[in-house]
Design a protein around this ligand. Structure first.
Ligand code: GRG
Length: 298
């Protein structure tokens, strides 16, 4: 099976589970639930829940057991996108190929959609899979994901990114090291946590290799995003391209140039394929995902 077929099959499973775990759109207050669905059911790549399922399968589990639980990652990821698009942050009008939530609804609703998706995501992780035999793994799962999105992880990375861009007062000029640290926190931590989550839910005690794979994949994901912002079209990426350079943003491309960014992606791909091959039980799907991320066009 090609990686495209693998992802297409995975996405069907994840999207059906997302539909089951999300509150019904007509449920009170309907505006909020409609807007949450508008944000989530908009054709994202579903990379994070897919990674968690593949990592669970690599550890010997049947991924169907955890599909609803790992939808928590997608709800949390979507919250971060909705808030990132707000006028006070990136001020984006397009996401996943359609108007952002604050444009399609309004800003207050978009803030509440983000808040509600974050909460719902953690609730999903705290309650699924159901049953007392999963209690310890659920608790560990919530801890892994909450740490990843905390002020020391994703939210902290977003803060540092706003400072580095100069959108918020900064005292010193950002360096290449600052950039790697921001990428690792803002984008990398949730991707790393997704790979760790699959292993934690499968009862793996030492997740060092999964952490390494997730950490390098997170960096590759961000470098690929920087390349796409520089050379992608609106049809390919579903959002406005060229925004990084326009905003004077520090990215891998604005700092090192497009050729260095492409070289970095090749190096990361080689490293990822090697780490994936040493993750016990992996049948090549994690290596295929690494290639998908480093070569992605959307
Ligand atoms: C606002 C708390 C808060 C955090 C925002 C992740 C993030 C932090 C902002 C997103 C900004 C951004 C465009 C980062 C680049 C990498 C990235 C996370 C891209 C979007 O994720 P994809 O490509 O999107 O997985 P889809 O739509 O496929 O789910």
């Amino acid at each position: 099976m090609s990686v495209e077929e693998l992802i297409a099959r995975e996405r069907v499973e994840v999207e059906a589970a997302l539909d089951r775990v999300m509150p019904a759109p007509q449920r009170w207050p309907a505006r909020l639930h409609e807007a949450m669905r508008y944000a989530v059911m908009a054709g994202g790549k579903r990379v994070r829940p897919i990674l968690a399922r593949l990592s669970y399968a690599a550890a010997g589990g049947n991924p169907a057991e955890i599909t609803e639980a790992v939808c928590g990652l997608e709800l949390i990821h979507t919250y971060s996108l909705v808030h990132d698009d707000l006028p006070s942050m990136d001020d984006d009008v397009l996401r996943r190929g359609r108007p952002t939530v604050h444009v399609a609804f309004d800003e207050a609703t978009a803030i509440l959609v983000g808040d509600a998706l974050l909460t719902e995501g953690l609730l999903v992780l705290a309650t699924r899979p159901g049953g007392p035999e999963w209690a310890a793994r659920r608790a560990e799962a919530v801890a892994v994901v909450a740490a990843a999105i905390s002020s020391r992880g994703m939210v902290g990375g977003q803060m540092a990114d706003l400072e580095a861009t100069g959108q918020i007062d900064r005292s010193t000029e950002p360096t290449a090291d600052d950039l790697e640290r921001i990428h690792a926190a803002k984008t990398g931590r949730l991707i790393r946590a997704s790979v760790e989550l699959g292993a934690v839910l499968a009862g793996v005690e030492d997740v060092t290799l999964q952490s390494r794979y997730g950490e390098r994949l997170g960096l590759a994901f961000q470098v690929a995003d920087d390349v796409l912002d520089a050379v992608g079209s609106v049809d390919e990426i579903g959002k406005s391209p060229g925004k990084d350079a326009e905003a004077g943003k520090l990215t891998f491309v604005t700092l090192h140039g497009i050729d260095a960014a492409r070289r970095k992606l090749n190096e990361l791909e080689e490293e990822l394929v090697e780490v994936a091959s040493s993750i016990e039980g992996d049948d090549g799907d994690l290596a295929a995902m690494a290639k998908f991320v480093t070569r992605r066009k959307s």
